[in-house]
Design a protein around this ligand. Sequence first.
Ligand SMILES: N[C@@H](CCC[C@H](N)C(=O)O)C(=O)O
Length: 270
Amino acid sequence: MRFLKGHGTENDFVILPDPDGELDLSAALIARVCDRRAGIGADGVLHVVRTKTSDEVAHLADEAEWFMDYRNADGSMAEMCGNGTRVFARYLVDAGLAEPGSFAIATRGGLRGIRIGESGDVATDMGRPRVLGESVASVAGHEYPGLHVDMGNPHLACVIGDPVAQLDLGHQPGFDPAVFPQGVNVELLNAVGPRRAVMRVYERGSGETRSCGTGAVATAVAAAHLAGESTGEWTVEVLGGTLTVTLTEETSFLAGPAVIVASGELAIAE
Ligand SMILES: N[C@@H](CCC[C@H](N)C(=O)O)C(=O)O
């Protein structure tokens, strides 16, 4: 099985090209591939499939040739992955499967528009964040109120008002399962300046990661909410680098680096 490895602000992915959707990717196989000692190691897998070959998204085939079938490191499926869309697009362009410029890709969360050059940063139109209310995350005995933000996938973005560097994110933060029956990605953020936030994230299905694109947009939404704003450009610092989030009245954009770093043949099989 051919694979590539890429990352966006160190949110890292194994890319599995499978244009005709022939691979049988069980949760166990994905978990082994993502294992950082016994596998390649990654926060998730970007399974690259032609949209028309997948029953889940075939209805989007007229608008997007390629489907990002995203899997978390534990093998679970997710609706969306913001950094994943950017790395996925970089792979498509580098491989000659898409032209630089603008195009859409299909995700379980719907279509996402990409803007990409021959090289350099990649931007994704992430759609309009939906603020669905408030809830509480608990981390190491502390309770943090936050905003429930739907980015296609679920987020709980908590402004903690303290530096995030000292937080212990070694374990799944507590959350209300009645609000998040499918689990949730938890962002803990500190607003450190005008339209600037530092974020750490515990991702559903992957644990703490060094970046999360959907989480960065949720972070900007929560920081903007605190500042009494709803639009503007936000800088979100994550452990793996810096992302730019633009909130408009209609939608949101995520921009930052996305690179392919390796390719090879995977010996792991079911
Ligand atoms: N890292 C991603 C989000 C991946 C999916 C998430 N763990 C979930 O289960 O919803 C991003 O960049 O958005």
